[in-house]
Design a protein around this ligand. Structure first.
Ligand SMILES: Cc1cn([C@H]2C[C@H](O)[C@@H](COP(=O)(O)OP(=O)(O)OP(=O)(O)O)O2)c(=O)[nH]c1=O
Length: 198
């Protein structure tokens, strides 16, 4: 019985491959509004937000599995949120928004929270969250503009990818590199072990 990874993120696929975990993708259909799941509620703290969204992704994925009458299997979901103080920085909608996010992150430390949730075939759920701090050097405006033009910020929380060119400006991290990239491998392996032993 293979594991379903319910994620459109190529980073998550790559990170799960790194663990050697065989999986299949369980992607949302055109009838599903993946963006609506990620709407921020008024006054919601980043850590509460990332856990709520991950849980919602898991529920939507389990419903999808049933709807499609696919063979049963455990389902894994995650969500990554960049937080600058109380501010949640999601995926930028356009270049202007990407540049504004990057300018806000320049010369500052921020948090990256990634929540992971796993449901087994009996509907039991295991969940975990990894939080990291990322220190970003002061980046000249022209360099940020060129970074946006490279296209790398799009589809990424906080408008950057630590695994890409942006790494040139990350002076220090405390936490989990894989968590910042989208799937904390220590926590994910722990969840998979817990579910296998339960
Ligand atoms: C901070 C950061 C985020 N990211 C990416 C990981 C995620 O793909 C994305 C955060 O958006 P998410 O909403 O967590 O994930 P997603 O929409 O890409 O995929 P899905 O919901 O289907 O699982 O940002 C990086 O690739 N590198 C980084 O350094």
């Amino acid at each position: 019985m293979s594991l379903y990874l319910a994620s459109q993120s190529p980073r998550r696929r790559q990170l799960l491959d790194q663990l050697g975990v065989v999986h299949e993708l369980l992607l949302p259909g055109p009838d599903e509004d993946a963006e609506a799941l990620e709407a921020v509620s008024e006054g919601e703290a980043p850590l509460a937000y990332v856990q709520r969204v991950t849980r919602a992704k898991l529920e939507a994925s389990l419903a999808r599995l049933q709807r499609r009458a696919l063979p049963p299997g455990p389902v894994l979901c995650a969500d990554t949120t960049v937080a600058l103080g109380p501010r949640i920085l999601g995926k930028p909608g356009d270049a202007t928004e990407a540049l504004a996010m990057l300018q806000a992150l320049s010369g500052q430390a921020h948090e990256v929270h990634t929540a992971v949730a796993l449901a087994d075939v009996r509907g039991r759920v295991w969940a975990s969250v990894s939080s990291s701090t990322v220190w970003v050097a002061e980046v000249p405006h022209a360099d940020l503009a060129a970074y946006v033009a490279s296209g790398e910020p799009f589809g990424k929380a906080g408008a950057y990818g630590i695994q890409g060119r942006f790494a040139a400006w990350v002076s220090r991290i405390e936490g989990s590199y894989s968590g910042i990239m989208g799937l904390p491998l220590f926590e994910t392996a722990q969840l998979l072990r817990q579910a296998a032993e339960a």
